[in-house]
Design a binder for this molecule. Structure first.
Ligand SMILES: C[S@@+](CC[C@H](N)C(=O)[O-])C[C@H]1O[C@@H](n2cnc3c(N)ncnc32)[C@H](O)[C@@H]1O
Length: 216
């Protein structure tokens, strides 16, 4: 699959991450072929899907600050899955579930139509080379898939440190019939991750965007 939105990275799994990955307590959900009931996981809670959480540093803080949401956090990178599992067990969070999978596959096969209250995509891989732009997560096709699974009025929050990618996001989403919104001030509840701090240290500007699922 040459159009994967992520770089295959091996990454050493530390003993702490391995121990976290070994525990079977239902926090790690397997990729399946059928939709799973988000409302069974968290009766009554609106659900947010985070695509690409890295080490989950921001995910865990935001989930702790926002117990009114269930958070389904999806990434493909095994060490980071171990990190987030460790974080949520240490804090004792009950409103996070994790999947080790391609989030686009999860959206296609497991998320019911119009069921999500929100999507978060913080610092998706920038794919700076022109020949790799087709691998970016924010394309019209993916915006349609994400839009089809998001409830009317639901939000899509994005951040990027790559100015040309911010331009692409705005270009794609401003033309897309399912989405309305644009650039916003940095949300005060989004913590700075190590990834973002490196970008800031290297002098790159961060753009935050917020879109709403159109009511149609
Ligand atoms: C540049 S990192 C940013 C991580 C984190 N959001 C942060 O701010 O530190 C992008 C992450 O997205 C993940 N990713 C990329 N495409 C993905 C996909 N289709 N499904 C799930 N995760 C994906 C990568 O594995 C990586 O962990």
């Amino acid at each position: 699959m040459s159009n994967r939105t992520y770089k295959p990275r091996r990454g050493r799994v530390t003993p702490r991450q391995a121990a976290a990955l070994d525990i079977r307590d239902g926090l790690l959900i397997e990729l399946g072929r059928t939709t799973f009931s988000l409302t069974d996981e968290w009766p009554g809670l609106p659900v947010i899907l985070e695509i690409g959480f890295g080490t989950g540093a921001a995910t865990a803080v935001m989930a702790g600050d926002q117990p009114q949401f269930g958070l389904l956090a999806v990434d493909v990178h095994t060490p980071g899955i171990g990190d987030l599992l460790h974080r949520i067990r240490t804090i004792g969070l009950t409103n996070v579930r994790i999947m080790e999978a391609d989030a686009l596959e999860v959206l296609r096969t497991m998320i019911p139509e119009r069921s999500l209250a929100g999507i978060r995509t913080y610092f998706p891989d920038p794919w700076p080379k022109a020949r790799h732009h087709k691998r970016r997560l924010v394309t019209a096709e993916h915006a349609s898939l994400i839009g089809s699974r998001t409830a009317s009025g639901g939000t899509w929050d994005l951040a990027t440190d790559w100015a040309p990618y911010a331009d692409q996001m705005i270009d794609v989403l401003s033309k897309h019939p399912m989405w309305e919104g644009g650039a916003v001030d940095r949300p005060s509840d989004r913590p700075v991750t190590r990834y973002e701090q490196t970008a800031l240290d290297q002098g790159r500007e961060v753009t935050d965007l917020r879109y709403f699922r159109a009511i149609r």
